[in-house]
Design a protein around this ligand. Structure first.
Ligand code: HEC
Length: 158
């Protein structure tokens, strides 16, 4: 009997965790992950409005394996860290963080968005998720073009 209750409680917890199929956890410790690449979008770039500035992409160890093998396991996470880009005496320097974009792999939990959860944290603040249930419109419709590449644009470089 006791076992039964343990099972039921476990199931309830798992269901609560699964949530609405959209929420994505803040990527704790991502600054210690593997740096994949950086890029600056300047005024005049078609995506400047949304993603203008300097971004760095980071991958956790499961995501590094995924980039290498072409198959991403659940738990893989990739971060798009977007900062303001400033010109200071002919040097490009990082300004304030604009948004922290996250893709979190969980094939069962995020069926509507290719098995990836998408979220953005305004100013990098874990308390300010800005995407939520709008992930299909705000993120996935663009990433869907990369279907043949696990919905990713970037790849690892040396
Ligand atoms: C209009 C197209 C577009 C939209 C909308 C978009 N992205 Fe991206 N995303 C890109 C491109 C292009 C890259 C590759 C940037 C690079 O190579 O440095 C990218 C890269 C990423 C990456 C790194 C993994 C990869 O695919 O290379 C993450 C994480 C990411 N985006 C998250 C998001 C999130 C979260 C949203 C929604 C808030 C979003 N993106 C919306 C175009 C888009």
């Amino acid at each position: 009997m006791k076992m039964f209750f343990v099972l039921v409680a476990g199931f309830a917890a798992a269901t609560a965790l699964a949530g609405d199929g959209f929420s994505v956890a803040y990527p704790e410790g991502y600054r210690d992950w593997r740096h994949v690449k950086s890029m600056e979008l300047k005024p005049g770039h078609p995506l400047y409005e949304s993603f203008g500035g300097l971004h760095h992409i980071y991958a956790n160890s499961k995501a590094v394996k995924g980039y290498k093998s072409g198959k991403f396991q659940d738990g893989a996470m990739i971060v798009f860290d977007l900062l303001e880009a400033k010109n200071e005496e002919n040097a490009l320097v990082e300004g304030k963080r604009k948004v922290l974009g996250v893709m979190a792999r969980d094939a069962k939990r995020y069926p509507e968005t290719g098995g990836w959860g998408f979220e953005g944290f305004a100013g990098g603040d874990p308390a300010k998720p800005v995407v939520g249930k709008n992930a299909v419109k705000v993120c996935f419709e663009c990433h869907a073009s990369q279907r043949g590449n696990n919905y990713l644009f970037s790849s690892l470089r040396d």
